[in-house]
Structure formats: C-alpha cells, structure tokens
Ligand binder design. Structure first.
Ligand SMILES: NC(=O)c1ccc[n+]([C@@H]2O[C@H](COP(=O)([O-])OP(=O)(O)OC[C@H]3O[C@@H](n4cnc5c(N)ncnc54)[C@H](O)[C@@H]3O)[C@@H](O)[C@H]2O)c1
Length: 327
C-alpha cells in the first residue's frame, strides 16, 4: 500500500518511514525540513520512497500528492510547549489549520484512513490513570491545537476514517535526533556533565521508545478495520514514570552521576495514562524500555556518531525554526 507521511523527516516520522519501507510499503514523505536536512538522504535512491520538500500549509501543492495514497500518517507539527510558545502563529497555522485542510483534501481524494499523531499531554494533570474517554486539560497552545484537531475528527466534520494516537513521550535513537525529550535529554546531560537537575521530580508521564511507537502505528494501518474511528493512548501499561525514576534509570548506566532535585519548575504536566484499550485492540507489548533508550544515547555520544549534541538541529526551539517563521 502507499502511505503518505507528513513530517517524515522528523524524530518519529523518519523511524516510521523506515518501518513502513521495511514492511514492504511505498512511502511518500512531505516535510519542510526545519531541522536536519540530511535525513531523507538515506532513502532517496529507494524506488519505494518519494520525498517532497513542502510546507503542509501549502494545500495547493499538497493536494495532488494525495492521489493514489491509501493512508496518511500526519506527524508534521510544531512540537512541544516551548516551540509553540516561541512560535504561536506558526503553531496555529501548522498544527490546526493545515491539519484540518489536509483532512478535507484527503477525504476528497478517497484516502482510506488518516492517522493523527496527537499527544498524552492533552491530559495535562490527572488524578489516577487517564483513559481515552477522560477529561482533557491542555496546558499549552501545542496541546490545545492537538485537542482541536482531535475534536474535528471525532465530531465527524469530514468524510474520512481516522485514528487518533495520543502518544506517550518518545525516546531513543532516530535519524533526526532530539535532545529536548526527557529520556534523551537526561541521558545526554548525564553522560557529558555527570550532573542532572531534575525539576518537579515527582511528576509522572508515560514514555515509549520510538521503534515501539512506529511499530504500533504501522500495525494500526495494517489492521485499520479493527481500529478505525477510535482514539488510543499509545504506550504500555507499566511505562508511566516519575521524572526522578528516569534519572535513577540513567544513573544505572552512569554510576558517577550526581542528581539534584528541584521542587519547582515551569512544566506543570503531571499525568499517568491507561493503555489497556490499545492492548485490547492490538495485543502489542513493548519491545524496548527506558534502559534501551539511555544506552542508545550513550552509544551515539561515546562513539562520536553525534559530536555536538548542543547543535540547533537537535532542538525544536532553536534558530533554524526561527528562520522558517521568517519565510
Ligand atoms: N516526540 C514526542 O515525544 C511526541 C510525543 C507526543 C506526540 N508527538 C507527536 O508526534 C509528531 C512528531 O513529533 P516529533 O517528535 O517527530 O517532532 P519533530 O519536530 O522531530 O518532527 C516534526 C517534523 O515535521 C516537520 N514539519 C514541521 N512543520 C512543517 C510544515 N509546516 N510542513 C512540513 N513539514 C513540517 C519538521 O520539519 C519535522 O521534520 C508530532 O505531531 C507530535 O505532536 C511526539
């Protein structure tokens, strides 16, 4: 089948692309390349891969590229609270307006299904485990735009089958590496500085390895009739962690790490999530744990695969994205 992945050169999108190709599908990627421009190189010669450098807000150029596509995985977005605070107009345009337009265009082209990458951040702060039908409390513009797109799909405002994936926080190695995600950030700083400040250490969040995330999403497409028109929390029961627990896991790989807890912080999100529905529908278990992600980060730094983890391309808030705003 032919799968179109928006944001397919991103942290999650590039692993999704390779997973889809590995599973024998044709993949068409649309990405504006805000970050690491080299990412598509690894697949450019593959006859099952097509790449288009394009802004997803450009409906005129994007529309014809939906012809012949079976499924769309929509990952392109301005991702994370810091980036959405820094670029609010771009966030509204990319995350909400463009998503709505693509959904409309896809319905008109007979696309079989639209997989929307949303986020467990939508829960904001929970008491107990959040289920898919629980209350949403988006605490940032980023999460708010995701909630609005979800609503557009759930309320059936367009004629297309869909799945909403509320993703756990992702970790692990990807061709477009991000060091602004908790596990990757902790492992990178611990390895380099042997020191970690952990803000709001007892707040919870669920975590998922990027390869597990890609496997879940591909399984959804391959078994679309089972999952269509549903919201899923994407992650695994047992993978909700307090931040201090993540730091403890990192310390197992870096024993001389010094950890300081800071009881204050600006990121107030604190949510634990129930993943029973996903397990019930697809029966998948996690193949990776946080330990794997930490080891991957330590490996990429200790072997010099990434020499300068402070470079702009590894962060969603740095000037490269600022340049895109000026376009
Ligand atoms: N990484 C996580 O922990 C996490 C957690 C929850 C949800 N998600 C969701 O997963 C998706 C992917 O996140 P990610 O971590 O891969 O982020 P990312 O920033 O690495 O990837 C986003 C990609 O989209 C592209 N993009 C951005 N705006 C675009 C535009 N206007 N036109 C075309 N391309 C554009 C960027 O160039 C980038 O390659 C997002 O929708 C995000 O909300 C991610």
């Amino acid at each position: 089948m032919k799968i179109l992945i928006t944001g397919g050169a991103g942290y999650v999108g590039s692993v999704l692309t390779n997973t889809a190709l590995g599973n024998g599908h044709d993949v068409r990627v649309i990405d504006s390349l805000y970050f690491d421009n080299r990412v598509p190189l690894i697949n450019l010669g593959n006859p099952h891969y097509e790449f288009f450098r394009l802004d997803v807000s450009d409906g005129q150029r994007l529309g014809p590229l939906l012809a012949g596509v079976d499924y769309i995985i929509h990952t392109a977005a301005i991702v994370g609270e810091p980036a959405s605070n820094r670029f609010p107009e771009l966030t509204e345009k990319t995350n909400y307006l463009a998503a709505k337009e693509i959904i409309g265009l896809a319905a008109g082209q007979g696309v079989k299904g639209f997989i929307f990458l949303s986020t467990c951040s939508n829960y904001g702060i929970t008491e107990g485990l959040a289920r898919e039908d629980g209350d949403l409390k988006p605490l940032s513009l980023y999460a708010d735009t995701k909630v609005r797109v979800e609503r557009h799909l759930i309320e059936g405002k367009s004629d297309i089958d869909w799945v909403v994936c509320r993703m756990s926080t992702v970790y692990g190695a990807s061709p477009r590496m991000r060091f602004d995600l908790t596990v990757n950030d902790f492992a990178m700083n611990a390895y380099r500085k042997k020191y970690l400040d952990v803000f709001l250490p007892y707040t919870y969040r669920p975590y998922i390895h990027v390869y597990d995330a890609a496997r879940v999403i591909m399984t959804m497409i391959e078994q679309f009739n089972k999952v269509r028109n549903n919201v899923f929390n994407v992650g695994f029961n047992g993978e909700n962690y307090q931040k201090i627990r993540i730091a403890d896991i990192v310390k197992r790989s870096i024993p001389d790490l010094k950890i300081d807890v800071v009881e204050k912080g600006t990121d107030l999100r604190d949510y634990q999530v129930d993943f029973t529905k996903l397990e019930r529908y697809l029966g998948l278990k996690n193949m990776y744990t946080v330990e794997n992600g930490v080891k991957e980060v330590v490996d990429m730094l200790s072997m010099g695969i990434i020499e300068d983890p402070d470079a702009d391309i590894y962060y969603n808030t740095k000037p490269r994205l600022g340049k895109a705003v000026a376009h």
